[in-house]
Design a protein around this ligand. Structure first.
Ligand SMILES: C[S@@+](CC[C@H](N)C(=O)[O-])C[C@H]1O[C@@H](n2cnc3c(N)ncnc32)[C@H](O)[C@@H]1O
Length: 264
C-alpha cells in the first residue's frame, strides 16, 4: 500500500485540495477548546500536516509548532501558505514510521488528524505508535482520527443506499458498485469478522488504500503505551461514553484522544 498512497499524496490536484482546506472538524474544535489554556506551554507536533489546515488554528496558540509530512509537495504547500505569518512555525519532510530526525521526549501534544495514520500497513501503523511514544513526553496528549470499520460494515448494503431522492439513490448505488469492483476480495463475511481491513474507498476516487479499524480494536492497539483513551465521533464535540452509541455505527471517522503512559 506504500507507493500508491505516497504517489497520491504527492499529486498536484491532491496537494491543492488540502492546501485550500480551512476549517477544523467538530471533534478537533472540541479538543482545541479543551486544551486552550495549556496550549501556550506546549510543544506540538502535527504529523501528516497536509496543506496546513490544522496548522493555522494551532500554531498561533502553542509555544512551539512543528508540522511534518512525508510528502515534500505538502510541506512545500505549507511553507508557501504561511510564508507571511509572523508566529514561529516550522515544517519538515518526515515519515511518521521513522522520526529519527526528532529527539526523544520532545513534545507535549501530538496530532495526526484527518485519518493520516490510515495510509500505512498494519505493521507500519504499530511502528508509528512506537515513534509517537518515543518523541512524546510522558503524559503527552496524542489526538488522531481513523476510519471506522463498524460504520463501513453498516454502510455497505444496497438497502442503505436507497432514499427519497432518486438521483442520490442512483449515485449511491453506483458508488457501492464501484466499491465492490475495487474490493473484489471483500465480502460480508470478511467484513463481519475483521478487526481491521485495508480497502479502496471512494475518497479521492478510489486512489488510496485505507485502513479501517473497529473502535474496540483501536483501543486495544493503544493500550500498551497509551492511557486515558477517549473517543469522539468526528462530527461531534462530545465524547462518547459507550461504544454502542449510535454514532459509533454511523460515523466513518472516529477521533481518539489519549496520553502517553507515565512510567514510574
Ligand atoms: C488525509 S490527509 C490530511 C492532511 C491534513 N492533516 C488535514 O487535516 O487537512 C493525510 C496526510 O497524511 C500524510 N501522511 C500519510 N502517511 C504519512 C506518513 N507515514 N508520514 C507522514 N505523513 C503521512 C499525507 O501525505 C497527507 O498529507
Amino acid at each position: 500500500m506504500g507507493t500508491r498512497n505516497a504517489t497520491t499524496y504527492a499529486a498536484a490536484d491532491i496537494v491543492n485540495y488540502y492546501a485550500q482546506l480551512n476549517r477544523l472538524q467538530p471533534a478537533e474544535s472540541a479538543l482545541l477548546e479543551r486544551l486552550r489554556d495549556q496550549l501556550p506551554r506546549m510543544k506540538m507536533l502535527d504529523i501528516g500536516v497536509g496543506g496546513g489546515r490544522t496548522a493555522q488554528h494551532f500554531a498561533p496558540l502553542v509555544e512551539q509548532y512543528v508540522g511534518i509530512d512525508y510528502s515534500s509537495e505538502m510541506v512545500a504547500a505549507c511553507q508557501q501558505r504561511f510564508r507571511k505569518l509572523n508566529h514561529p512555525m516550522s515544517f519538515a519532510v518526515a515519515d511518521a514510521r521513522d522520526l529519527s530526525q526528532l529527539d526523544n521526549n520532545s513534545f507535549d501534544f501530538i496530532l495526526f488528524s484527518y485519518n493520516g495514520i490510515d495510509y500505512v500497513s498494519h505493521d507500519d501503523r504499530l511502528k508509528i505508535l512506537q515513534e509517537i511514544k518515543r518523541v512524546g513526553k510522558q503524559g503527552c496528549y496524542f489526538f488522531f482520527s481513523s476510519h471506522n470499520l463498524q460504520a463501513l460494515e453498516n454502510e455497505l448494503t444496497w438497502q442503505k443506499q436507497i432514499g427519497a431522492n432518486p438521483l442520490k439513490t442512483y449515485e449511491n448505488l453506483v458508488m457501492l458498485g464501484l466499491f465492490r469492483l475495487f474490493n473484489r476480495s471483500i465480502n460480508r463475511q470478511i467484513l463481519a469478522k475483521a478487526n481491521y481491513l485495508i480497502v479502496r474507498d471512494e475518497s479521492h476516487n478510489f486512489r488510496l488504500e485505507t485502513y479501517y479499524i473497529r473502535a474496540e480494536q483501536q483501543i486495544r492497539q493503544l493500550s500498551k503505551d497509551f492511557s486515558h483513551v477517549e473517543i469522539y465521533p468526528w462530527q461531534s464535540t462530545e465524547k462518547v461514553l459507550d461504544l454502542d452509541a449510535a454514532a459509533m455505527g454511523r460515523d466513518l471517522w472516529i477521533y481518539y484522544l489519549c496520553r502517553i503512559k507515565t512510567v514510574n
